[in-house]
Each structure stands twice: as C-alpha cells, then as structure tokens.
Ligand binder design. Structure first.
Ligand SMILES: *Cc1c(COP(=O)(O)O)cnc(C)c1O
Length: 376
C-alpha cells in the first residue's frame, strides 16, 4: 500500500464554503431557511430560470416526481436496465411497474427504439438516465414522449452541468432530477433537486415535500395530501451555495482529465472505451469495460491489484434486472445483453476535479503493469 491513496472519487469543498457552513451552524437556523431559498434561486439561475426545488436526496425527488405525475398501481414506467438501483426502486415504491429496456454499449444510455417498442396502454412515463453525464438524445426522447403522450422524468443524477446541443440538462424538458450526493459532480452532502417546466405542479410538490401542509392567506394550516418529509437543511443548502459557482470549472477539469485518459488508454489488451460525447458531456465517471476474455484474472482480482497500488476502483453498476427484486418480476440472464455485459466488465477509474493529469498517468501505468502480467 502506498500512503498516497487515490480514491475513485472525492468531493472538492473550498474554505469559503466550510466557513459558510460554520456560520450557518452558529446562526441558530439549521433546517430549511434562507440558504435553501438562496440555493434554489442560484440553481434556477444556473438552469436558465426554470422553477427548481431542492430535496434531501435525488431518490426522494424521483419518487415525489412520480407521485406528482399521478403514477401508481397499474401503471408502467420505461427505464434502462443499466443504472443505480434508485431509478427502478422508486417506480416500485409508488406501486407501478418498471419496464426495463437495454442500453447502448458505448453511450450506456437507454436505447430509444427499444423504449418505443416497450410502450403499452399502461405506460405513463419514460425515466431515462443521462449515464455518466452523457445526455440521451433529447430530440428523439421528447419526440417519442410527445407522440405517445408520456411524461418524462429525467434521472440527471450524473448530469449537473451537462448540455445537449448547447442547452443545459435541466433547462428544458419535463421534470429533471439531480443528485448532490458527495460522489456526484457537485454536492450538498446528501441532497437533490427537481427542475420543472413551469409553476403548475409546484403547489402540490411543496405539499408532497413537507407533510402535505399548505397555509391560507391568514396562515391557517391545512393538510390535503399525505405528504412526506424531504426538505433540505440549511446546512446542506449552504454547501450547495458554495458549490454552484464551481460546477462548470469542476466539469472543465473532468473533461481535461478524461482527454488524458483517452490518450493514455492504449493498453494491451484494449478496453472497450465509453462514448466520448462532446463538450456537453460532464463526465461524472470514466468507466471503460475490462477486456476480461483476454485476461487471466477476473474483475475482482483486477480491482484488488489496483488497490494494492493505492488506486481505488468502483463498479457502476450491476445490471438492474438481475437483482432478486427484479428477477421477481420475471427477469433473467439474457434479457438485456448490453446491460449485463456492462455489469460484468465495467470498472470506474479515479476521476474528480482535484486530480491531476499525473494521477491519470499513474492509473494508466498501473493498469499496463497489471495487464502485462495477466495477459492471456
Ligand atoms: C446517485 C444516483 C441516484 C440517487 O441519488 P441520491 O441523491 O443518492 O438519492 C439516482 N440515480 C442515479 C443514476 C444515481 O447515480
């Protein structure tokens, strides 16, 4: 073990933010307050002025978004078989059925012709994922949704700062959900946000976010729906306020590091590299596919050998339909070959804004060493 351990991700918090959090802690106002308002306003400005609401997590945001769309028992939602399990879990939590479709091998994004083929009279929404920050084809996605009269809930957990044809993800479209978990491209410790097309669903959203409570002009409280409890703390929001000015700079650094990865990934045997995208790709992760058929070692041993060299490697993600919950819906091996191959072969290499190009070279050097020994 080297002492200089390189994790696969790490948040970047500046001193101004840390001091700001200390001030919030001393202020006496810890739950949702002025910093939540400031954060939502700042994020809305960043997204071109769309209405924005923060929450304690993106998982909660996706679940409330489904409730807002009136999705429940008897309904189907189309979603990729390759994502974090939060995506289909929330569909199950509102009592609806996730209908999986396969992803493309290089973009890792939901295959839209397959999504169209999966539409039934029960389909109410599409829930795509901008995998690793690479936007799905937004023209084709919204064309599909329009033709079939479907809601779209974009799981943009990886995609803060991403853009499609120059337009930021979350600045257009239907409901767009971001995550600010510490592993994501910006953080509020835990937290998330929804971006809405207009104001029409905000009153109901606000009730669903906070106990179903509404107040009339005199301040009398009423409860009209069984709302949950998803409001962000002012402490977390203050972290977000400190992160917002840095999103674009963080993503510039991510793209620079990924460019270096692409230069240095001339390994033997070769990885299957992810799609490069354009400058609208925010590179939440750099996750190539291991050439396991040309190696004498498996992925576990590869990760172990990287770890011995002081380098962290993640797995994002196992194919969703092979988890026991989703096997319970009748799924099995062979249903979604690309998601399964990604699930077997993917490795997430270190990528975060505080990394340097020398760190990328170190990762690639370690891989070349390991492949040299393990080559068939
Ligand atoms: C992280 C993540 C989520 C959940 O985000 P939380 O803020 O941790 O709830 C949902 N979907 C995807 C694709 C994610 O990566």
């Amino acid at each position: 073990m080297t002492t200089n351990y390189l994790p696969f991700t790490r948040p970047t918090l500046d001193e101004e933010t840390i001091q700001g959090v200390v001030e919030v802690l001393r202020s006496g106002w810890l739950a949702s307050g002025p910093n939540v308002q400031k954060f939502e306003k700042g994020l809305s400005d960043y997204l071109g002025g769309r209405p924005v609401r923060s929450l304690t997590s993106a998982t909660g945001g996706l679940e409330v978004a489904l409730q807002l769309c009136g999705i429940g028992p008897g309904d189907e939602v189309i979603t990729p078989a390759m994502s974090f399990t939060a995506t289909p879990n929330v569909i199950m939590r509102v009592g609806a059925k996730p209908v999986f479709v396969d992803v493309d091998l290089d973009s890792r994004n939901m295959n839209l012709p397959q999504a169209e083929a999966a539409i039934t009279p029960k389909t109410k929404a599409l829930m795509p994922v901008h995998f690793s920050g690479l936007p799905v084809d937004m023209d084709a996605l919204y064309d599909l949704a329009k033709r079939h009269n479907l809601r779209v809930i974009e799981d943009a957990a990886h995609a803060i700062g991403s853009a499609w044809k120059g337009k930021k993800i979350g600045s257009f479209g239907d409901i767009v959900s971001f995550s600010f978990h510490p592993n994501k491209n910006m953080t509020t410790i835990e937290g998330g946000a929804l971006s809405f097309a207009d104001d029409s669903e905000l009153a109901l959203f606000d009730k669903l976010r906070f106990h179903g409570i509404s107040r009339d002009a005199e301040g009398n409280m009423d409860v009209s729906v069984a709302g949950g409890k998803y409001n962000l703390s002012d402490v977390a929001a203050r972290v977000g306020v400190g992160q917002l000015p840095h999103i674009d700079g963080f993503n510039v650094q991510r793209r620079k590091l990924v460019a270096r990865y692409f230069e240095q990934m001339d390994t033997d045997p070769a990885f299957l590299l992810p799609a490069r995208g354009d400058e609208g790709h925010s590179w939440h992760m750099f996750a190539p596919l291991l050439p396991l058929d040309k190696l004498k070692i498996g992925r576990k041993e590869f990760i172990q050998k990287m770890h011995e060299r002081g380098i962290g490697v993640g797995i994002h993600y196992p194919a969703l339909h092979l988890f026991s919950l989703y096997r319970g819906l009748g799924h099995q091996e062979g249903d979604f070959p690309n998601a399964e191959r990604i699930g077997r072969e993917t490795v997430t290499l270190p990528l975060f804004p505080a990394m340097t190009e020398a760190d990328v070279d170190r990762v690639c050097g370690a891989i070349k060493e390991i492949f040299q020994e393990a080559k068939r």
